[in-house]
Design a protein around this ligand. Structure first.
Ligand code: GAL
Length: 481
């Protein structure tokens, strides 16, 4: 994206002369005034001066006072965007195979180890690459590396504790002009309920953090807590609460939370709803259900520009997604539903909209293990949706095939930076789920798609969605003003 903010130009023709007035901010060219020489010279100079003064006054009146004084750029420069779109390579080497006794080899010949095996192996030499330790934590209290995101590092809140908001989503609260990040609070021991069960942490609740800058996060506490004693309650700690997302309902003035509710074996497959008067809770749990009578596992909610909100969930044993509108108060689904991405086996949906087109990032279904993301697009949220391909750029092949060793959870629009979003994903650590990390990366919409589409009419209908890998990156300076 390129832009030359703070520039103005005008072409006037007083008599036979051409006057060109150009003004740019101090980071580009200095103000220049070109006046043609010749007859009527003094008249031209006078006209030039009057016009220049007028334009200067115009420009000054549009700048906030402090900008005019500090002479700092008010909006990000195109350089910054170019930096975000730079392809950054990663070079990780497979460690040499570990020695095994000849007897062990005979008993069970080993298939070659993959990067995903290494990623999931707690004792791997590569462990600290995927899960760097506390020494490298992102710490808002240190401030020496302010506003830089380091995907995969431990991220501390303003109290100095690792942020617990996994499988999360962000609400921008217009009233307080504050971002609220909700997610699974998983700061408990990881265990397997039985031999074949997936690794789990008992429900503790939904963690909530607030921020003005999307980098410094204050812990607002657990805004929806587990039930310790009532064994038949959905939120009993032995059950599952995943992927909480919150929307604000203007009509009822309630903050409405939707989440995946399940039992220990993931056979209940419900969606749950809670409401609150304040973004920082406490939320009151209402109920859970099978939406439209279908099983529902990974899910998200999305509020459209017209205020209509939708539920999107993996269904029919994760073989397809379903999408349907919520009721006006957002606390239930309407009796309308469409199956989408049928037979594609996608989960972890994260929806966003750009210039009237709906986009979605999903993951494949491999539990806590990472897999390749896909980007999808549609003209209508109710479908049909088309799959455009893997949006990941940079890193290396295995990074791209594992969504940078993470799984999508949310895509956050950045008001004021159209076409730019933050892709939020979880780098799950199934050996110790509380130590799962956040992978936040810049996502951009633009350029042609890179694979033929399902309903291809010989030309690409959609823009490409790109998620760029960066070891370290930040949003443009003063992006949120
Ligand atoms: C994933 C899902 C996660 C969690 C996990 C449990 O497929 O996206 O939210 O449910 O499985 O194994």
């Amino acid at each position: 994206m390129s832009a030359s903010y703070g520039s103005a130009s005008a072409r006037l023709m007083p008599g036979s002369e051409q006057i060109k007035v150009e003004m740019r901010n101090k980071y580009k060219k200095p103000t220049t005034l070109h006046c043609g020489a010749g007859s009527g010279y003094s008249l031209s100079v006078a006209a030039c001066s009057v016009i220049a003064l007028f334009l200067l006054l115009q420009l000054y009146s549009h700048l906030p006072q402090k900008d005019a004084l500090s002479l700092e750029p008010r909006l990000p420069t195109s350089n910054h965007f170019r930096e975000l779109e730079e392809v950054e390579e990663e070079n990780i080497q497979m460690p040499p195979p570990r020695k095994r006794s000849p007897r062990a080899v005979k008993r069970k010949p080993k298939r070659p180890t993959t990067f995903i095996d290494e990623f999931l192996d707690e004792t791997s030499q590569l462990r600290r690459i995927f899960f760097p330790d506390m020494k490298t934590a992102i710490d808002p209290n240190k401030g020496n590396d302010s506003f830089y995101y380091y995907p995969g590092r431990i991220w501390l809140d303003t109290d100095g504790n690792p942020i617990q908001a996994h499988g999360g989503g962000i609400l921008f609260d217009e009233k307080s002009r504050t971002y609220y990040w909700y997610g699974e609070y998983k700061d408990g021991p990881t265990y397997h309920a039985h031999k074949k069960a997936a690794a789990r942490v008992d429900i503790i609740g939904v963690g909530c953090y607030s921020s003005k800058d999307l980098w410094t996060w204050k812990n607002e506490g657990i805004v929806l807590a587990a039930e310790e004693n009532d064994e038949i309650h959905d939120l009993h700690k032995a059950n599952v609460l995943e992927r909480p997302k919150v929307l604000y309902n203007e009509k009822t003035r309630k903050y409405v939370m939707w989440m995946h509710i399940d039992n220990v074996n993931y056979t209940k497959a419900h969606v749950g709803v809670a409401i609150s008067d304040s973004p920082a809770g406490p939320f009151k749990y209402l109920y859970s259900k099978s939406p439209h009578g279908f099983d529902s596992r990974d899910m998200t909610i999305f509020k459209d520009d017209d205020g209509v909100a939708y539920l999107i969930y993996s269904s029919i044993d994760n073989s397809e997604l379903h999408v349907g509108p919520l009721t006006e108060d957002y606390i239930d689904v309407k009796n309308v539903v469409r199956p989408i991405l049928i037979g594609q086996h996608r989960e972890a949906p994260a929806l966003f909209k750009h210039q009237g087109t709906y986009y979605m990032i999903t993951s494949g279904c491999s539990g806590w293990a990472p897999n390749a993301a896909m980007a999808h697009a549609s003209e209508s949220i109710m479908g049909p949706w088309e799959t455009m391909g893997n949006p990941c750029i940079g890193g290396n092949k295995i990074f791209r095939e594992t969504t940078f060793f993470s799984q999508s959870t949310f895509v956050l629009p950045l008001p004021g930076l159209p076409g730019y979003f933050i892709f939020m994903a979880d780098r799950w650590n199934p050996a110790d789920l509380r130590d799962s990390r956040y992978v936040w990366l810049p996502l951009m919409v633009g350029g042609p798609v890179d694979r033929p589409l399902d309903y291809d009419f010989g030309f690409p209908l959609w823009s490409r969605v790109s998620i760029y890998w960066h070891k370290k990156w930040r949003l443009p300076y003063r992006w949120n003003e």
